[in-house]
Design a binder for this molecule. Structure first.
Ligand SMILES: [Fe+2]
Ligand SMILES: [Fe+2]
Length: 241
């Protein structure tokens, strides 16, 4: 698979990283007493261990230039030492804290079945399938969005970044603005960070590793969609409404 075909296959998968329940979450349809389910499942499927997931790509990668990018990403995620000032998983917990949730719950989260399956897929694909698969799943799929084409193609619009005052958690659930520290930090590093992630997998992957990576991304997407269906249902949203 050549570089262009690889890029296009990955972008098409990213364009399907959309879920029917997103508008429901963003318009405040989830009752405040169920929102914790969404935040807890996100935290335990990938947020809490995200630096470790990046590390799995790092340790499998023989290319110093790629390792440096991964090391920088890992360092920022684990410590916030470049931009955020605090570890990103810790900053994520400012959402539930700012919403007045019981933070003890975040120390003993039980994953719902499809959430556990999504996490198992992430583990399987990041531990021993080579750095290209791991980097695609972690730095392209998990960190990326359906707007990623805008990171590569200047003629396509990038991910919209409305003012923080309009963040759904602020508008519908009264989250204080200062609790959006992670959103702010991601916006600050995102531009460079996304472009670097794409450059690494597109420029440094060997042709033979690319088909595996596309298949892994497809599996990740399907597991994620099932996981999001389950969370939506647990939060009281239904695809018919
Ligand atoms: Fe990151
Ligand atoms: Fe992050």
């Amino acid at each position: 698979m050549n570089r262009d075909a690889f890029s296009e296959a990955l972008l098409q998968i990213m364009e399907r990283k959309q879920h029917w329940a997103w508008p429901g979450f963003n318009s405040g349809e989830v009752s405040a007493d169920r929102l914790h389910v969404h935040l807890e499942q996100e935290y335990a499927t990938y947020v809490r261990d995200f630096p470790v997931l990046v590390g799995r790509a790092y340790v499998q990668c023989p290319i110093p230039a790629v390792r440096r990018e991964l090391a920088e990403n890992l360092y920022e995620e684990e410590t916030g030492g470049i931009a955020a000032g605090r570890p990103h998983p810790e900053l994520f917990l400012e959402y539930p804290r700012g919403l007045g949730m019981d933070l003890d719950r975040f120390e003993r989260i039980e994953l719902l079945p499809a959430a556990a399956a999504y996490r198992a897929t992430l583990d399987e694909l990041t531990i021993a399938r080579g750095w290209v698969v791991a980097a695609c799943v972690v730095t392209i799929f998990i960190e990326g969005t359906c707007h990623d084409r805008g990171e590569l193609d200047p003629s396509v619009s990038r991910r919209p970044a409305p003012p923080l005052e309009q963040h759904p958690l602020v508008v519908h659930y009264g989250l204080p603005l200062e609790s959006l520290a992670l959103t702010k930090a991601h916006r600050a590093v995102e531009g460079d960070h996304r472009a670097a992630a794409w450059r690494c997998v597109l420029d440094h992957s060997r042709e033979h590793a690319r088909a595996d990576a596309v298949e892994a991304m497809e599996r990740t997407l399907l597991a994620w969609l099932r996981y999001r269906d389950e969370v939506a249902q647990a939060c009281g949203l239904s695809s018919r409404s």
